[in-house]
Design a protein around this ligand. Structure first.
Ligand code: WQD
Length: 324
């Protein structure tokens, strides 16, 4: 097998590349809009370009003898997707459709797609199974759900084994260098506040949860990467696979609990969190049922929340040297 990994120079993609490249040949396609070439180890081939570029795709698939694709490239900011839905549909849906067309024409037999818990919207259940109805609340979530449909339909029609992996709240870093550059999620947003000597913000403490703050399922990016390896192996073993899998730990952690771990790890405990208004569109609780992936692939997560925060903090300090 030779795997094309799109978005492989990004935060999640580079962890997947690291995990897959020790097993099989890989080639990365990344437009470097948010990715960085330095995330890739020496010897990992990088093609700089877009999944919307059909000619480039055809060339890469042939030149590298690609037999499987892991499609991670995409736009992923919920708020931005509300402002720029056409851009999100173009990048995430047109890009995927172009890639699937090229894959089908080249006879690529395996296709793994990065999806998101955003497909569920505001699930009214304790644990979200893959059968929980999908009601995305943002254009971002819509593009991921439409993407899953495209992947499954193309797989059925063109004889591709497929899997859509629904990531829950990804955090942490496999090494400081591979940490998340973006400041769009709870962990880096709290790091940013703390390093500016500002109190962390908690968006709402009147949710129907045990401590009133939102509950999420945080998953270490290294665990996300090993889930890809397991899913890719399944697509190799079962050429008619059509999988949809949650990638979570099945454990709920509240914003208050997470902020406490972050302050503990950072050694910045004196700034008491301030409670602000609820953020529009936040669900009280989104926690995965992680049974299907365990039963299907024998995969389970290995890292806890402290591992995530400790590794992410090391990465943050590398990029934001502070006197703490
Ligand atoms: C987590 C909780 C915030 C910052 C989003 C996407 C999802 C996926 C992951 C891409 C919420 C609260 C945050 C802060 C806070 N993205 N918060 N203070 O919204 O669960 O998921 O990112 O695939 O699709 O929807 O993640 O990290 O933004 O927020 O209280 O300073 O932390 O309100 O309850 P979210 P998040």
């Amino acid at each position: 097998m030779t795997w094309l990994i799109t978005g492989g120079a990004g935060y999640i993609g580079s962890h997947v590349v690291k995990e897959m490249a020790v097993r099989e040949p890989v080639v990365v396609l990344d437009d470097l809009s948010t990715g960085r070439a330095e995330r890739l180890a020496d010897g990992v081939p990088l093609v700089v370009g877009s999944v919307l570029d059909r000619e480039l795709l055809d060339r890469v698939l042939v030149e590298h003898g690609v037999t499987g694709i892991v499609h991670i490239a995409g736009k992923k900011q919920v708020a931005e997707s509300v402002e720029r839905p056409l851009h999100y549909y173009r990048e995430n849906v047109d890009g995927l459709r172009t890639l699937l067309e090229a894959a089908a024409d080249a006879g690529v037999g395996r296709f793994l797609f990065s999806s998101s818990a955003a497909v569920y919207g505001m699930p009214d259940v304790d644990l979200v199974t893959e059968e929980t109805p999908c009601k995305p609340l943002s254009p971002y979530g819509e593009t991921k759900l439409a993407g899953e449909w495209l992947v499954a339909a193309a797989g059925r029609a063109h004889g591709m084994a497929t899997a859509s992996l629904r990531y829950f709240n990804v955090a942490g870093a496999g090494s400081a260098e591979l940490g998340d550059d973006g400041v769009f999620n709870l962990v880096p947003m709290v790091f940013e506040r703390l390093t500016k000597k500002e109190a962390p913000r908690v968006f709402g403490d009147d949710y129907p949860t045990p401590d009133g703050t939102c509950v999420r399922d945080y998953i270490h990016v290294e665990d996300v990467a090993t889930a890809h390896v397991a899913a890719a192996q399944r697509l190799v073993d079962d050429t008619s696979a059509s999988l949809t899998l949650n990638i979570g730990r099945g454990q709920g952690v509240s914003v208050s609990e997470m902020v406490a771990v972050i302050q503990d790890v950072a050694g910045l405990r004196d700034l008491s969190p301030v409670v602000e208004a609820r953020r529009a569109g936040d669900a009280a609780r989104v926690v995965a049922a992680a049974d299907r992936i365990r039963l299907e692939l024998g995969w389970t997560s290995r890292h806890d929340v402290r591992d995530m925060v400790t590794s992410a903090w090391a990465g943050w300090l590398l990029r934001h040297p502070v006197d703490v």
